[in-house]
Design a protein around this ligand. Structure first.
Ligand SMILES: Cc1ncc(COP(=O)(O)O)c(C=O)c1O
Length: 292
């Protein structure tokens, strides 16, 4: 029977043993960074190097140095996947400064956790029929980083849930759509792909799709987008590590174009999925030959 498994400070443990102190600054003061990736090809992590790079960039915001290596993470992911019994897993890394020792933010020893759960990839219907999204006015705290502070996103997700939507998209006070609560946002107009790069996370999925899109003859623009840009787009996409490229066919109750999944979403999602499989395999081979 497959089970979810955890690694707490490098030790693989079951759910009941996967605990951290109530004095942990992640719990006490909401200080933490995280990453999510998924495996392909039977437990091989995709873009581990990139996700760890971003994890350390985010955690540098609260003064944390890298506290484990890529090789350790790769070994742990392999062990977690094998012992969990899941074919593929989604892995959340969470790092915090650790238990409060003195003052408001004092801590000596970071806490780092890997959470390995069934990948729970979205159903194929989400890709063949598309999903809907709503917009809401808010900005994530430190939007260039992936901190554990997602409180503001909860408002958006509640709004999405109330209207049966899959994702909520942040809109700034100036009226710019920046990203989803857990995804990046892109649109297609003619042969142009347009995506914001201000007030949002530099998505690893989005970066991986870019060369595939340009190889298909699409031009890639980084620019501000308004709600109207979305409403009048030919296609709207959201991207994230687990969802890859997901087509959005309704925004705020309005159909995008003819309300069907566009050709570029279909083409690029298929290409990106294949690319993830081969990159995960290539990285595993490089790691085992010692070149990464
Ligand atoms: C706020 C936010 N933006 C964008 C993304 C997409 O990033 P990536 O493609 O690196 O998973 C995520 C992923 O969880 C996210 O939480």
């Amino acid at each position: 029977m497959p089970t979810d498994l955890f690694a707490v400070n490098g030790r693989v443990v079951s759910a009941s043993e996967a605990t951290v102190s109530v004095l942990d600054l992640g719990f006490l003061r909401g200080v933490g960074a995280f990453e999510t990736l998924r495996t392909y090809g039977g437990g091989l992590p995709h873009a581990l190097h990139e996700h760890l790079g971003r994890l350390w960039e985010s955690s540098a915001a609260f003064g944390l140095q890298p506290c484990f290596t890529e090789a350790t993470a790769r070994t742990l992911i392999g062990e977690l996947q094998r012992r969990s019994g899941h074919d593929e897993i989604r892995v959340n890394f969470v790092v915090t400064p650790g238990s409060n020792t003195d003052g408001v933010f004092g801590a000596d020893t970071p806490t780092w956790v890997l959470i390995a759960r069934d990948v729970h990839a979205p159903p194929e219907r989400s890709y063949s029929e598309g999903v809907s999204a709503v917009t809401f006015e808010a900005t994530r705290h430190l939007p260039a980083l992936k901190t554990t502070n997602y409180l503001v996103g909860k408002t958006g997700i509640q709004l999405a849930e109330r209207s049966g939507a899959h994702e909520a998209l942040y809109v700034t006070a100036k009226g710019y759509v920046t990203e989803g609560v857990t995804s990046n946002v892109l649109i297609v107009k003619g042969r142009r792909v347009l995506t914001p790069i201000v007030d949002c996370l530099a998505g690893i999925t989005k970066a991986g799709i870019r060369p595939l899109a340009t190889a298909q003859g699409l031009e890639w623009y980084e620019c501000n987008l308004t709600r109207d840009d979305l409403y009048t787009a030919d296609e709207v996409w959201i991207t994230s590590a687990v969802r890859e490229l997901m087509p959005v066919v309704r925004v705020d109750g309005r159909s995008i174009h003819d309300g069907a999944v566009g050709r570029w979403a279909r083409t690029l999602r298929a290409l990106y999925h294949q690319q993830c499989i081969s990159e995960a395999k290539r990285d595993a081979e490089r790691a085992s030959s010692g070149s990464r």
